[in-house]
Design a protein around this ligand. Structure first.
Ligand code: PMP
Length: 397
């Protein structure tokens, strides 16, 4: 069957292949990128569903506006305001079907075949695939524990003149990295100076463990004159409330937001009104602060257990920056003591020992670092984390 040319730019992810092996009984999996379903606030969501159906069943069950359910747009503007975002009114955001759809709409509206775009190395795999599907020529900007290397980013922008730069500044997937305040300001200044659009993808910012992270680029944008004109911000309720709701949102300059809304019309008409009405009632009902407190506490605890176990069991064979939030430990095998230094080879051996994780190489759009790996602590209880890391040490030999 003749298929669209654009499909030749992408392939099924290596990670999906690995997931097929996870059905093995007794396996401890650090491979997922999911929140823990045991933490879903079922009573709170139940109450929100009931309220949505009791108060305005027509709106919750009927077709709705492509831009989003008005009460949810209002609640999301208020939610962002509570995190220091100034001057974003409900009409400056649209609701999307997960933030994944925001990324797809950005691919549709910004990418021509051969368009250059800069992403972090490593970055979210589905973003690489999504932008490539539209023909993007991706350039990789290196990161460290403090997020993207802004000096290097500046050089890459000058060299490639990209359509946009895609960043996950807060507890990145897979890197867990946290972009420092100083670098955040420099990124915004760079956007204005070079007139380069920055896409801030921020599904993890609420999942901090001890101290809140620096403000999002969107929240900081009022300190850097002109930067709002060069900034897109994508948010999501997936990691804090429920990914099954498929509720995300996007803030963007008006022209771009209008074009993205037009593309959304042809795509899914609108995000499920039922899910949106539920999310709006959930936020209006004041459930979010307690939910956030709970998930932060549990993930923080699990992250701490994993970090300690890695240091204890793997010692200098592994190198990583302890995450301050999010769902992931991003690590590098050092090869110390002649131990294995290849993430993909270790992943195979680890499965045999009954533990799974994702090798890091597929998360790079270029120059993959084969010694890297991503471990998620989010869905595994503390004892199982200790046991899983002990198995990993066994696999490493
Ligand atoms: N961006 C990043 C960085 C992610 O890790 C994810 C989910 N894994 C998404 C976007 C998409 O999330 P959703 O569509 O559920 O909002």
């Amino acid at each position: 069957m003749p298929l669209a040319q654009r499909l030749s730019n992408v392939e099924t992810s290596a990670i999906r292949e690995l997931f097929k092996l996870l059905g093995k009984p007794g396996i401890i999996s650090f491979a997922g990128g999911f929140p823990d379903s045991a933490l879903f606030d079922v009573p709170g969501i139940q109450a929100a569903v009931n309220a949505a159906l009791a108060q305005n069943p027509g709106a919750a069950l009927q077709y709705g506006a492509t831009e989003g359910h008005p009460p949810l747009r209002e609640q999301l503007a208020t939610f962002m305001q509570s995190k220091g975002v100034q001057g974003v009114s409900p009409d400056q955001l649209i609701v999307t079907t997960g933030s994944q759809q925001a990324l797809d709409l950005l691919g549709k509206t910004l990418v021509d075949p051969g368009s250059k775009a800069i992403v972090e190395g490593p970055t979210f795999l589905a973003t690489i695939q999504c932008f490539r599907l539209y023909g993007a020529d991706l350039v990789s900007a290196p990161i460290d524990g403090q997020g993207v290397d802004v000096d290097r980013l500046e050089q890459l922008i000058a060299e490639h003149k990209p359509r946009f730069v895609y960043l996950i500044p807060t507890f990145g997937n897979p890197s867990g990295a946290l972009l420092s305040l100083e670098r955040r300001k420099r990124v915004l200044e760079l956007a204005v100076r070079t007139q380069t659009l920055i896409i801030e993808d921020d599904p993890y910012g609420d999942l901090y463990f001890d101290a809140p992270p620096p403000p999002s680029l969107l929240a900081l944008s009022h300190e850097v004159p002109g930067s709002r004109d060069w900034l897109v911000h994508c948010g999501s309720l997936s990691k804090v409330l429920s990914p099954g709701l498929r509720v995300g949102w996007m803030v963007a300059p008006p022209d771009l937001l209008g074009k993205a809304t037009m593309c959304k019309q042809f795509s899914d008409a609108h995000t499920s009104t039922f899910a949106q009405a539920t999310a709006a009632q959930y936020l209006a009902g004041g459930h979010m602060p307690a939910t956030l407190a709970r998930v932060r506490q549990v993930y923080g605890q699990r992250a701490g257990v994993m970090v300690d176990a890695l240091r204890r069991e793997l010692g200098d064979a592994i190198d990583f920056v302890a995450p301050q939030g999010g769902l992931f430990v991003w690590a590098r095998l050092t090869g110390a003591g002649g131990k294995l230094a290849d993430g993909a080879a270790l992943a195979q051996r680890a499965i045999e020992q009954g533990v799974a994780f994702v090798p890091g190489a597929p998360f790079f759009c270029a120059n993959p670092d084969p010694s890297t790996l991503r471990l998620s602590f989010a869905t595994v209880g503390e004892d199982k984390i200790r046991e899983g890391i002990a198995r990993l040490a066994q696999a490493l030999g």
